[in-house]
Design a protein around this ligand. Structure first.
Ligand code: PMP
Ligand code: GLN
Length: 377
């Protein structure tokens, strides 16, 4: 069989988690919390199951959940999405992003992605028959919008962006969003805005959602994930907000991909969303963990890069080891007992700068154990 994805192996997240488990290392690699979600959320889901909400929901998602999502986006970003025609519940952000790509990308189309790039984007584009055009971020992991503009050709159909950004932890600010809006409008491009870390923006900065910018909202698929926001990455429930015409095409693909998403979980989430405190408190919750982790690392030989959002911290290990990133991440896991992700795993060209990513969505005791091991280096 000739592979549809010849350059692709098993994802780095799966590989590093398996290695961490095998070596009993502290797993700061793959991004997921090692603590449980709010028991009230579990109660809400169990109540939905006991109430008999166990058959297929509507194809686009359970109505109370779509209404709760639209209300939340409206309040936070002053954007009006009609839950009936503009919000779709998906099986994780991974499915939402792939579905958006399949809905808009035709064979031969170009799609601009910013490197480092989340690992699913380029395979998604290629499976749709498109070509990914990678624009490198600056060494500080900022976006050079003039480079993005220069990458636009008559074949460009869309730009994919991710803020807060995995793996670097940088955010797109208002000026970035305006630059993106100008390029997308003038060249008539679609935008896929991956905002799964929307509630993890630190130091009092706002999250600048594509849905807040009218020129962007009119052409964007805005994706977020309950897995990140409510500490339930294994539930795989997320959503996509897009104007009705785009959502109509999105749903055509969605219905033949997953058709629908877990019913009781959707009703449980709808109920839990009535209280904004859990998601409004998330930035403070993770900022405290970020600070604990950074303070611990400040006493080691690792160099800290800024972390403005997400639950990831990138470090420069050049004073610790001369190994390449992939080898260093393996060595750190097997010999030191702390798993990390090489930043080069997010790069098509495997650019190797001596950087690895740690996930700090962990219990304080887990972070302290990892820090005690890292401090030995
Ligand atoms: N986009 C980014 C940037 C992510 O980091 C992740 C997952 N960690 C996803 C998408 C996928 O989210 P989900 O687990 O909801 O599929
Ligand atoms: N997005 C998560 C990360 O960056 C992992 C999700 C996955 O394993 N696909 O670590």
């Amino acid at each position: 069989l000739e592979s549809r994805l010849p350059k692709v192996g098993t994802t780095i997240f799966t590989v590093m988690s398996a290695l961490a488990a095998e070596c009993k290392a502290v797993n700061l690699g793959q991004g997921f919390p090692d603590f449980d979600c709010d028991p009230r959320l579990i109660d809400s889901v169990v109540s939905a199951m006991r109430a008999g909400l166990n058959q297929y929901p509507p194809m686009a998602g359970a109505a109370p959940l779509r209404e709760a999502i639209a209300a939340k986006i409206g309040r936070l970003y002053r954007a009006a999405y009609d839950p009936a025609t503009e919000i779709t519940v998906t099986a994780g952000a991974t499915q939402a992003i792939f579905t958006a790509v399949l809905a808009i990308v035709r064979p031969g189309d170009e799609v601009i992605v910013l490197e480092p790039v989340y690992d699913s984007y380029i395979p998604n584009i290629e499976l749709a028959g498109g070509h990914a055009v990678t624009v490198p971020m600056t060494p500080e992991f900022r976006v050079d919008w003039s480079a993005v503009r220069a990458a636009v050709t008559p074949r460009t159909r869309a730009i994919m962006v991710n803020s807060p950004h995995n793996p670097s932890g940088t955010i797109l600010r208002d000026a970035d969003m305006r630059a993106l809006e100008a390029i997308a409008v003038e060249s008539d491009l679609f935008v896929i805005s991956d905002e799964v870390y929307e509630h993890m923006v630190f130091d009092g900065e706002p999250h600048c959602s594509a849905s807040s910018y009218p020129g962007l909202a009119a052409r964007s698929f805005v994706v977020s994930s309950f897995g990140k926001t409510f500490h339930v990455t294994g539930w795989k429930v997320a959503h996509c907000a897009a104007p009705a015409a785009l959502t109509a095409e999105f749903r055509k693909v969605h219905q033949f991909n997953v058709f629908t998403v877990n019913t009781p979980v959707q009703h449980g989430l709808a109920d839990y969303l009535q209280d904004p405190a859990p998601y409004l408190g998330l930035a403070g919750f993770y900022q405290r963990k970020r600070d604990l982790f950074r303070q611990g690392l400040a006493g080691t030989r690792f160099g800290l890069l800024p972390c403005e959002g997400t639950y990831f911290q990138v470090v420069d290990y050049s004073r610790v080891s001369a190994l390449g990133e992939a080898d260093f991440a393996r060595w750190l896991t097997t010999e030191i007992g702390v798993a990390a992700i090489p930043v080069s795993a997010f790069s098509e060209h495997q650019v190797d700068r001596g950087l690895v990513r740690f996930c700090f969505a962990k219990k304080d005791e887990t972070l302290k154990l990892a820090l005690s091991r890292l401090a030995r280096l």
